[in-house]
Design a binder for this molecule. Sequence first.
Ligand SMILES: Nc1nc2c(ncn2[C@@H]2O[C@H](COP(=O)(O)OP(=O)(O)OP(=O)(O)O)[C@@H](O)[C@H]2O)c(=O)[nH]1
Ligand SMILES: [Mg+2]
Length: 328
Amino acid sequence: MPTNLPPEYYDADERYRAAVSPVDKIACLEELLTTIPKHKGTDHLRADYRKRLSKLKATLDSQKKSGKHTSVYHIEKEGPARVVVVGAPNVGKSALLAALTHARPKVSEYPFTTWTPTPGMMPVRDTQIQLIDTPALSPEHIEPELFGLIRTADFVLLVVDLQARPLRQLDDTVSMLEEHRIRPGGAECKAPERKSTAVLPCVVLVNKDDDESWDEEFEVFDELLENRWPLLRISAETGRNLDALRELLFERLGLMRIYSKQPGKEVDRSAPFVLKQGATVAEFAERVHKDFLTGFKTARIWGTGVHDGQQVGRDHVLYDGDIVELHT
Ligand SMILES: Nc1nc2c(ncn2[C@@H]2O[C@H](COP(=O)(O)OP(=O)(O)OP(=O)(O)O)[C@@H](O)[C@H]2O)c(=O)[nH]1
Ligand SMILES: [Mg+2]
């Protein structure tokens, strides 16, 4: 063993040893490799880890091919974005999934009701976003794979219970995430110190804020936070602000809906293509079908910043709600 290894190597090595699932092990090994300085003295060490890495990847590939997913934490992505609901026990994560989607997770007054992550599709505008309810984050029971799942999120909902020490819950949740190299992006989003830290956009959902009778509790909580986090007051039970939450997610995820129109036909409003804001006509064409991109001649557009039916080229930037007619 070379003696001049940096402290990050030993940290990473510890995490690698603690990792259980192949997915986590792969992530840890990849991180580990970045911590080992490259010189002659470390050749063997690096080769050894690379060998382990390719073996693990091969195992995972063959599992994928045979369709065997042993872990309940492996959930296929569906729709244009994935939002993961996280928080302390009993704050109302499952109640929120039930209120926003057709999924029916178990909701109960006791903590630690949810033991496996549960996905649902949340309708917003005329598309659907994947929402995943997760088991409680608690120092008493740490499930390493849960952090792997959270890392796959495009956005995180940090749920706290206004009726039960919300500040403590938020602090606990955030420190557990940070211990596992996940940084929820607060109001002031700092750059990660380590390459392997995932910075995920988030909002703190102050749940169980059922009606005005909780105004005082909210004000106290809000003051204590000193604008460190973006907040939204909601109630999964009474439905308070759930429409605002849907809209906030669509906006913060930076999504837009583009409608396809065939020449001489009415636009189909039922199934928009969902793209990232700032996408161009070329990106839209590619999404519809790659043949549209290769054979692209021009497009006609109805929507923002154009007159109806205006002809545009492939670099034209689109806006939410635009209608596009592709010509090849
Ligand atoms: N008053 C009120 N109660 C709520 C609200 N949301 C959830 N609850 C209640 O809070 C309790 C916990 O809800 P769950 O959805 O099971 O909480 P959870 O965060 O999924 O809990 P775990 O799975 O154990 O981590 C249940 O009794 C719910 O009925 C709300 O907005 N207002
Ligand atoms: Mg639950």
